[in-house]
Design a protein around this ligand. Sequence first.
Ligand code: BTN
Length: 253
Amino acid sequence: MNWPAEAIWEAVSPALAGFTVEVLPQVDSTNTELMRRGRAGRTEPILLVAQRQTAGRGRLGRQWQSEAGASLTFSLGMVLAPADWSGLSLAVGVALADALHPRIRLKWPNDLWLDDRKLGGILIETASSTDAESGARFTVVGVGINVTAPAASGLSTAPAWLQEVLPQIDAGQALLQIAAPLVQTLQAFQTFGFAPFQARFNVRDALRDRAVALTDGTTGTAHGASESGALLVHTALGMQAVTSSEVSVRPAA
Ligand code: BTN
């Protein structure tokens, strides 16, 4: 696989001093690796791409499994100091979807969907940085996207892959399309928060007006993201703003 590392660096570095691109043939997890570096005080902005992860991680302690060459797995690490962190994963989803294809939908709070199947996921973690008093944190935005048809996975729902809508794309080209818009999005989020992304999220919201069930047993109808990135769910008790990252949402049967 030929990664367009230089083109990515040229697209991103004018807006991000000290930015580097690093491609590893194998690592346990690009998020784990950047979190290790961040905790060790290495907080310069970096895009770390892995051809293969041996211990890829998803949200809520889940694994993220991907075949080498069949998916794009990377993490972007940079120091951010937004006044309010809420909605960051939604803004990242908007950046990824807008950079890739109009048909991609977003499933609150962290998934990219195509035709109701999971195309990719986002895992954001932070470590305190040297100027922690300012609220700044080293932020690791990890992204996994299926690019080619995955081998039969045994998952209850078959996943989606990017070449379904972009037959010519490979992982390197996808990353080149994503990298600069993603950095711009993180910088805009730092300054303005989630509010400017709300409408862009809601046009891509996969759950909108659909019956949903929360893991705490609540059911209702999803009504998009609020100005702070909470999922609005109309339940028997009225409109609820769902924010907990421990609550997952699925379309009701
Ligand atoms: C999810 O769907 O729960 C999030 C999946 C995130 C996977 C990506 S792959 C690159 C980065 N490194 C990891 O270990 N996880 C993220």
